[in-house]
Design a protein around this ligand. Structure first.
Ligand code: SAH
Ligand code: SF4
Length: 380
């Protein structure tokens, strides 16, 4: 029988596993803390666990993270890791430090089945779901590698966004224990408001997330009407905008934040006109508490699409703001490494070597509030 990977368990799962070994709940808590709070991967390190338990674990379990294939560090501190997940697949995680927080962007699948027009992961197709262990291993690795590097035993990562490769709500069963581990005080102790699931709009799973593990929700909207959204985000044909809006609204009744973040990728001549802005305002205003995050499109060759010019993005943002909707534009940062939003691990590796990207795209990161420019302001 192959060894159980303890990264696959949230605390309840680990407790059940320990019970099978004849151990009490508090042993599972100790073990969980060793793994997630101290970053231990070797049972011999776990000095306060009975030798007999350590011996049992040695025989039946492992703590196995992901193998990093590469690391790129930007001059602004952004770090991108590429992890091998076997069979020629790789996923990426991106660490984004800011003054008041540090965010890790995590992948949930190798590839993605949704197939959005503007997303290179979508163009790549679906390879497979990541396991709970592979999802949490990205945080486990980054948190403990960074603590070592920064010479601290304090927590480094304060926020997690499920905005890497894949549609998290199409990998629901594996996602939820990973989220619970992020939130658990014996795990990473992150606040529910600081863990964000981003979805293209898998309506039934939005409803389940609200019941099982409410965290902050970001919805990739990208279009104000069904005709356009059908073309850009194919899952809209199954769950059209009105159903999505209804799911968002009911999510808010139990959500840790009192607004939904709508992501909107700005595509030149496709979804970025004044008329689209007016339609968006009519869609949400007075109906759903929300913020908009406009993402300048990161082009890739097969997309046939172009990024909206920055003045257009600013004008679009201003229309939403003038209608009273808080709107931010994702800021470009760290353009010396290649980790752009929606392009993470766009390449599937062949079995012998990692493809290197031919193009360089800037790192896109959250949140610069769009204000009316004042003198001396630089546009984002
Ligand atoms: N599948 C989830 C989460 C991963 S994608 C989702 O779609 O929400 C994370 C964000 O990046 C989404 O808002 C997505 O629409 C956006 N994105 C994808 N491709 C992009 C691109 N080429 N340029 C800019 N943003 C992109
Ligand atoms: Fe999948 Fe999100 Fe990319 Fe759409 S934008 S293809 S849902 S990863």
């Amino acid at each position: 029988m192959s060894a159980v990977n303890l990264l696959d368990f949230d605390l309840d799962g680990l407790t059940a596993y320990c019970e099978q070994l004849g151990e009490k709940r508090f042993r599972a808590t100790q073990l969980f803390r060793w793994i997630h709070q101290k970053g231990a991967s070797d049972f011999d390190q776990m000095s306060d666990l009975a030798k007999s338990l350590r011996a049992k674990l040695q025989g039946s379990a492992v703590i196995e993270g992901l193998k990093p294939i590469s690391e790129h560090v930007s001059s602004d501190g952004t770090i991108k890791w590429l992890f091998d997940v076997g069979d020629g697949n790789a996923v990426e995680s991106v660490y984004i430090p800011e003054d008041d927080r540090a965010t890790l962007c995590i992948s949930s699948q190798a590839g993605c089945a949704v197939g959005c027009r503007f997303c290179s992961t979508g163009h790549q197709g679906f390879s497979r779901n990541l396991s709970t262990g592979e999802i949490i291993a990205q945080l486990w690795f980054a948190e403990h590698a960074l603590r070592k590097r920064l010479g601290t035993s304090d927590r480094v990562i304060s926020n997690v966004v499920m905005m890497g490769m894949g549609e998290p709500l199409q990998n629901y069963a594996q996602l939820v224990p990973a989220l619970r581990t992020m939130l658990d005080d014996h795990g990473y102790g992150l606040s529910r408001r600081r863990v964000t699931v981003s979805t293209s709009g898998v309506v039934p799973m939005i409803e389940r997330l609200q019941q099982d593990c409410p965290v902050a929700l970001a919805v990739s909207l990208h279009a104000p009407n069904d005709v356009l959204r059908d073309a850009l985000v194919p899952i809209n044909k199954k769950y059209p905008i009105q159903e999505l809006m209804q799911a968002c609204l009911s999510y808010l009744s139990a959500a840790p934040r009192d607004f939904i973040t709508f992501e909107y990728c700005m595509l030149d001549g496709v979804n970025d006109s004044d008329e689209h802005a007016r339609e968006l305002i009519a869609l949400v205003k007075g109906r759903i508490p929300c913020k908009f995050n406009l993402i300048p499109f990161n082009p890739f060759p097969q997309s046939g699409l172009h990024r909206s010019a920055m003045p257009r993005v600013q004008a679009f943002a201003r229309m939403l703001q003038d209608a009273g909707i808080v709107t931010t534009v994702r800021k470009t940062r760290g353009d010396d490494i290649d980790a752009a939003c929606g392009q993470l691990a766009g390449e599937v590796q062949d079995r012998t070597k990692v493809h290197t990207r031919l193009r360089r795209e800037p790192v896109i990161m959250p949140v610069s509030v769009v204000r009316r420019p004042t003198k001396g302001d630089r546009t984002v």
